[in-house]
Ligand binder design. Structure first.
Ligand code: ADP
Length: 503
């Protein structure tokens, strides 16, 4: 019996392949970044061919480094940056345009038009999402309307759509030579095209965007023994392995953090931040600016739903300090620079680069640094950047408490930014609740491995997964109540300065 499960994690900045054992410990990993293509203000693209090549390379290297082969893997799961939109030709296997990334705001006119004629409310009701540039539907419409020949190819049935899970699954299972065109309900729930109750594409929603149903992948349960086909022997895994799990990255992290009971939540700190609260089989509609989304669907069991607070810019604000301002040379230096000062020196930074997502949903917002005086330095800005990550998370946590009536007693965290100990301390201070990081911080890949392993009996049930979760570190709040209240009031004021900036 194979001793390991593999997981492909196709993220916004990089792609990883990870190999886990039965305890959920990491046996092997390889990771490669891909190019962020920024053709003009507000546009963010990836090259789908590069993403496939990186996936091939990380799979092969991770297997080589661990001296494992396909036969050592009981199954492989996949997780991915959600919403990012790929349209390709099934006869040539070539993308018809670059992938339009979730942060891309080129569809702001498409999104705002939806709220002018009542379509927005139908989308809120059926898909659980506020109309926004974030989701795939408008991005597919943009490609159909703006890229020569795509509309005709779609009508012929040749142009097909997928998020990066679907793109990679199609390539892994044979590509134009019979590749499986499939996705799962967590990814599909981020398109504005899927009905949350039926878990199927909805003709009325498709009509809003002018998208032919034939472009869309088949929706399979997130964990299923035959849902996603088998890898080709001549593919990157070098053998035939069952692909049995598929989850959008944030839902995967929720599974990796074993938030299987209603009321359990996690917050992932990557390019953006994403807090998800398991609401069980009940579909809770937010009154406070959160999304309703599918958390997972395991086999024939009913779907489990989540409330989600999505924040567009958190870790990417740290990248901005590095790449655009050049005040740090690496992400980790944001911590040492911020530690040079005791506090933010009055500076608040609201990184509304892509507008504001949850709980505000204001595409007219743009970033602002406020409260500057002559006294301030790079160190204050670094500190304000870390604080912005934590204050945005508080905005979302407050919305979650309002919608669910459940107060957070501890926040489970994961993702790249959680390596920043100062940021995690500030998070506990700003929220006033303890922050807890697990031993295996790679919860996204772990969640995809769990979905895949459950489908083939590698893990028996979710209770077995729960026993794999162990805490590595906990941060306790240190600020006084007064500090917490004043800081948050200032933050809220800073947020108002970013609004009504673009038409
Ligand atoms: P994703 O899955 O979205 O690609 P990751 O979980 O890999 O993201 O996290 C990458 C993000 O974390 C980057 O935006 C980077 O700036 C940020 N990051 C990584 N290390 C640190 C650190 N020590 N301090 C602050 N931010 C960090």
């Amino acid at each position: 019996m194979a001793e390991f499960v593999g997981a492909i994690d196709q993220g916004t900045t990089s792609t990883r392949f990870m190999i886990f054992d039965h305890s959920g410990d990491v046996k092997g990993i390889h990771q490669l970044e891909h190019e962020q293509i920024l053709p003009q203000a507000g546009w963010v693209e990836h090259n789908p061919v590069e993403i496939w090549e990186r996936t091939t390379a990380v799979v092969q290297t991770a297997l080589n480094k661990t001296n494992l082969t396909a036969s050592d893997l009981a199954a492989v799961g996949i997780t991915n940056q959600r919403e990012t939109t790929v349209v390709w030709d099934r006869t040539t296997g070539r993308p018809l345009y670059n992938a339009i990334v979730w942060q891309d705001t080129r569809t702001d006119r498409i999104a705002s038009a939806l709220d002018r004629d009542g379509r927005g409310d139908v989308i809120r009701q059926k898909a659980g999402l506020p109309p926004a540039t974030y989701f795939s539907g408008g991005k597919i419409q943009w490609i159909l309307e703006n890229v020569d020949g795509v509309r005709e190819a779609a009508e012929r049935g040749d142009a097909i759509f997928g998020n990066t899970d679907t793109w990679l699954l199609w390539n892994l299972t044979g590509g134009r030579d019979g590749g499986a065109h499939v996705t799962d309900p967590t990814n599909a729930s981020r398109t504005m095209l899927m009905n949350l109750e039926t878990l199927d594409w909805d003709d009325e929603l498709l009509g809003f965007f002018g998208i032919p149903r034939s472009m869309l992948p088949q929706i399979q349960p997130s964990s299923h023994p035959s849902g996603y086909g088998t890898t080709r022997a001549n593919g990157p895994l070098g053998g035939e392995i069952l692909l049995t799990g598929d989850l959008g990255d944030q839902q995967a992290a929720t599974v990796g953090q074993v938030c299987f009971a209603p009321g359990e939540a996690k917050n992932t700190y990557g390019t953006g931040n994403f807090m998800l609260l398991n609401t069980g089989t009940e579909l809770v509609r937010s009154k406070s600016g959160l999304l309703t989304t599918v958390c997972y669907k395991f086999g024939d069991e009913p779907a489990v739903y989540a409330l989600e607070g999505s924040i567009a810019v958190t870790g990417s604000a740290v990248q901005w300090l590095r790449d655009q301002l050049g005040i740090i040379s690496g992400a980790a230096q944001s911590e040492s620079l911020a530690r040079q000062v005791e506090d933010n020196g009055g500076v608040y930074f609201v990184p509304a680069f892509s507008g504001l997502f949850a709980p505000y949903w204001r595409s007219d917002a743009r970033g602002a640094i406020v409260g500057l005086s002559r006294y301030n330095t790079n160190a204050h800005l670094a500190r304000a950047t870390l604080e912005s990550i934590c204050y945005q998370s508080r905005d979302v946590a407050e919305a979650m408490e309002k919608d669910s009536g459940v107060a957070l007693d501890v926040l489970k965290v994961d993702g790249g930014v959680t390596a920043n100990e100062l940021c995690m301390q500030i998070q506990a201070d700003v929220l006033g609740v303890p922050v807890s990081r697990p031993v295996v911080a790679e919860t996204t890949a772990l969640g995809a491995a769990y979905a895949a392993g459950l489908a083939v009996g590698f893990w028996k049930n979710t209770d077995e997964l729960r026993s794999n979760w162990n805490e590595s570190k906990r941060w306790l709040p240190q600020w006084s109540d007064e500090q917490r209240t004043t800081g948050y009031e200032r933050w809220k004021k800073a947020v108002t300065r970013t609004l009504d900036w673009v038409d």
